[in-house]
Each structure stands twice: as structure tokens, then as C-alpha cells.
Design a binder for this molecule. Structure first.
Ligand code: LLP
Length: 431
């Protein structure tokens, strides 16, 4: 159940509530929905499976909406920031700095200085960054600094999201283990090891092997420094979800059991743990509904034109074979549609031919005014939004049991003009 997606009937009932409450009006082209209750339950399950003091720093890049981050923090999670802007988002969501983990392969000197002053945790990506930090740290600065190590376990089934290949740009490759140990000897402030193997498409064995390889550095570091020197181990994220009904997701319990069996030292109680899950928390908690604007015939195909396309689902455009989203059709009132299935191609609003959500899909007959429901869009969607054709971000609604709320207003055309203007204050023609 952990990774299960929202059922069509449940989505339909939330959509109808949103229409009745006036959130999703006739002139609203599309909206995203996020099940905050489900997200909260996932944080609770992380808490139950890992040792109690584990910091579950949810990857902001998976879903950066401040209201969603606020819900995560309220549920007891911390936040992982992949840029300084995400550190700011975490602060805006009320996350205490000691529960923010700052990762990025491109931190500037200023960003490092700000991060140190704020007291957020930093995962260092490379030796040059380590020297930058060393030159700024005073003896008494309270810091929590880890080193990201690339375990070089190879790629998974999706090249684009595999980050532990031999020549990956992330972290210090584990083949440089002597230098890694020497870095801990030279820099007493280094207190943590960090690994992240990939996102979607990594088999369980590779996830565990990646952690194991980096964990193997602990004893070498402690032999050359002092026992207990590695205070924290950051496992990263990477738990895949099932976008296709026949994909086998890796349940959290299976991952934790495999870690316990292979690396018992992680759970011995003398090491602080950090996780950085993103996709597994959000992907299946989010779904989208778009009105069907037109239905047209072209080359013998029936095409349904909707308001969300490759702007929301960028990956569908550049690796359509690897990325799939389940799709359903609801009638104009938001009820699941029945009847004879017929093939339809669903296309988005952008001006290139790759903007196709599904080709020749067998669905109950779609008519203009119906809704197309797109499943599993809770992670790496809005946060990767493409500004192509200058369309504004859609409305985002959240729900938690019976409570429905606006998580983000729809961007208006004026908001978009402001976005593309020289400065926020003076969009041309704004008077
Ligand atoms: N920690 C670090 C350091 C990461 O780089 C990532 C994801 C995570 C944690 C969270 O991983 P997750 O649990 O979500 O798998 N642009 C991509 C996804 C990028 C993920 C990158 N790193 C996409 O097209 O889906």
C-alpha cells in the first residue's frame, strides 16, 4: 500500500468536491492534486521502519511547493535542498536549519558561506569544495558536514536518472578511497558520509550495494582517525515507484530489510542516519486533471487536445519509452466514464510534435469538456516545469481526508509577463 496510487474513484470524488467548492471552475483548464494525508502516512512509515532518531530529509526537488514542504515539516520530516534556492524554500516552510541537508554539485563560495552561517547540514560534492569550506570554518563554527561518495555501482534501467555510473558528475568516485580517507584525516570537521545511487530504475541490489560500498569506508576512516569519527551516514533516496501497473515497486520494508541484512552496522545504534527520499514520498500521491479542449481527427487518428503536456511531463517528450503515466477519462461532471473503449491519442498544448502524453490509448470515448486524469504526477513534474510557449503553472489543490485547500494559485497571464520581464517590479504594459 505504501506506494499505491490514488484510485480513479477517489480522484473522481475529490475532483467533484473541488468543482462543487468553486476551486475548479469552468474557466480553470487544469489542476494538480496532492494527497497530503498519504504523504503524512509515508513519513510515519519511514519513522517506523528506521531508527527513531533518523532524519528523513525529503528531496525538495521532487516537489518544491512551499505548502507541501510545510506539511512534510509538520509531519516530522526534514528537507534535502539541491540548490541554495531550495535551502531558502526549506526555511520558508519553517524547517529548522539543523534539519536541512544542502546537496549540490555547484555550490558557490557565497552559498557555502550563507549555508555555514545558517547552520544547515552540507554534503560536500568534491575536494575543491571541501577546501573552500575548510578556508571558512572557524574552530568553533557548529557544522555538520559530510562527503558525497559515488559508489560507482553502474547505471540502472534509465540512463537519465542513474547517478552512480563510473564517470558520474556527482560526488567523489569511490576509486579514490585513499584520498577520501586522507580528507577525513586532514579535516576534523568532516563527520558524515553521503551516498545517492539514482532515482527510478535502480534494482534493489544496486541500491544496497551502493550504500554498502560507501559504508565500507567507515572502518578505514575510523582506523586512521578515531572511533566514532563518522557520526552520520546519509543514504540518499532512490526508491523507485510503479508508474505502470505491472512495474514491481520496491517496498520500503524490503529495502530496509535488505540494508539490515547486508549492513547491520548501519543499525547498531552508534551512527546517525539520514534518508533523502523524494519520488517514493510524492509520485503516487499526486495526480492531475485537465479539461479536454478539442477532439480532432488527423491521419485516421482521434486526437484529444488537453492543457497539460510536456510542460508538466518533460520526460515524456525526451524519453517516451521509459516514462509512462496511467491515464483515465472522466465525464464533464468528473465521474469515471464507461462504455466501449476506442483508441485515442492524447496531446498537450505545446508547439512541437513530441508533446504527446499517450498514443493510441484504448479509453472510453473522449469528448470535448470531459476530463483526462493523469496519474502519478506528484514528483519531478511541477518542479521540472517547462516554460515553453509561456504557459502559466496550473492550480494545485491539496487534500487530507475531507479537507481540500489551495496549495498554489494558478499563474495568471500577468504572472507570466512578470516572470519574463526584466525585473519583477516593472513588467512592460503593466500599468
Ligand atoms: N538525494 C540526492 C542527492 C538526489 O540527487 C536525489 C535525486 C534524491 C536524494 C531523491 O531521489 P528519489 O528518492 O527521488 O529517487 N530529474 C529526474 C529526477 C532527478 C532525481 C535526482 N536526484 C527525473 O527526471 O525524474
Amino acid at each position: 500500500r505504501w506506494l499505491e496510487r490514488t484510485h480513479v474513484e477517489d480522484a473522481s470524488s475529490v475532483l467533484r468536491r473541488a468543482i462543487a467548492a468553486g476551486h475548479f471552475r469552468e474557466d480553470t483548464p487544469a489542476a494538480l492534486f496532492h494527497d497530503l494525508g498519504r504523504v503524512r502516512a509515508r513519513i510515519a512509515e519511514l519513522g517506523a521502519r528506521f531508527p527513531e532518531d533518523t532524519l528523513h530529509a525529503v528531496a525538495i526537488k521532487a516537489n518544491p511547493l512551499v505548502e507541501i514542504l510545510r506539511a512534510l515539516v509538520a509531519a516530522g520530516a526534514g528537507l534535502e535542498a539541491a540548490s541554495f534556492e531550495e535551502v531558502r524554500l526549506a526555511m520558508a516552510a519553517g524547517c529548522p536549519p539543523s534539519r536541512i541537508v544542502f546537496d549540490s554539485p555547484a555550490k558557490t563560495k557565497d552559498e557555502l558561506a550563507w549555508a555555514l552561517a545558517l547552520g544547515v547540514r552540507i554534503n560536500v560534492d568534491n575536494f575543491d569544495e571541501l577546501e573552500r569550506i575548510a578556508s571558512r570554518i572557524g574552530q568553533t563554527t557548529p557544522v555538520h558536514i559530510g562527503l558525497r561518495v559515488n559508489p560507482q555501482v553502474g547505471g540502472g534501467t534509465i540512463a537519465l536518472t542513474s547517478v552512480a555510473t563510473r564517470s558520474s558528475k556527482f560526488g567523489v568516485p569511490i576509486e579514490r578511497r585513499k584520498e577520501i580517507v586522507a580528507a577525513f584525516e586532514a579535516h576534523p570537521f568532516l563527520c558524515a558520509l553521503h551516498v545517492h545511487v539514482g532515482s527510478q530504475g535502480m534494482p534493489l541490489a544496486s541500491l544496497v550495494e551502493g550504500v554498502q560500498r560507501v559504508y565500507s569506508l567507515r572502518s578505514e576512516i575510523e582506523a586512521r582517525t578515531s572511533p566514532g569519527r563518522v557520526r552520520t551516514f546519509d543514504l540518499g533516496g532512490g526508491l523507485p515507484v510503479a508508474y505502470r501497473p505491472d512495474d514491481a515497486p520496491i517496498p520500503l520494508s524490503a529495502y530496509v530489510d535488505a540494508l539490515k541484512a547486508t549492513i547491520p552496522g548501519l543499525f547498531a545504534g552508534d551512527l546517525g542516519l539520514v534518508t533523502e527520499f523524494g519520488r517514493a514520498i510524492h509520485a503516487t500521491a499526486g495526480w492531475a486533471a485537465s479539461r479536454v479542449e478539442y477532439v480532432k481527427q488527423a491521419g485516421g487518428e482521434r486526437l484529444a487536445v488537453i492543457h497539460l503536456g510536456a510542460d508538466l511531463l518533460v520526460r515524456r517528450a525526451y524519453c517516451p519509452d521509459e516514462w509512462h503515466h496511467e491515464i483515465a477519462v472522466l465525464d464533464a461532471e468528473g465521474r469515471p466514464k464507461g462504455g466501449q473503449a476506442e483508441p485515442v491519442t492524447i496531446v498537450g498544448p505545446l508547439c512541437f510534435s513530441g508533446d504527446v502524453l499517450a498514443k493510441g490509448l484504448a479509453l472510453p470515448r473522449i469528448d470535448p469538456g470531459d476530463f483526462v486524469l493523469i496519474h502519478d504526477v506528484g514528483a519531478y513534474t511541477l518542479g521540472m516545469w517547462s516554460r515553453h510557449c509561456s504557459r502559466g503553472l496550473p492550480l494545485v489543490l491539496g487534500y487530507d481526508g475531507d479537507t481540500l485547500s489551495v496549495l498554489k494559485d494558478r499563474e495568471t497571464p500577468d504572472d507570466v509577463v512578470a516572470f519574463w520581464s526584466r525585473s519583477r517590479e516593472e513588467p512592460p504594459g503593466s500599468d
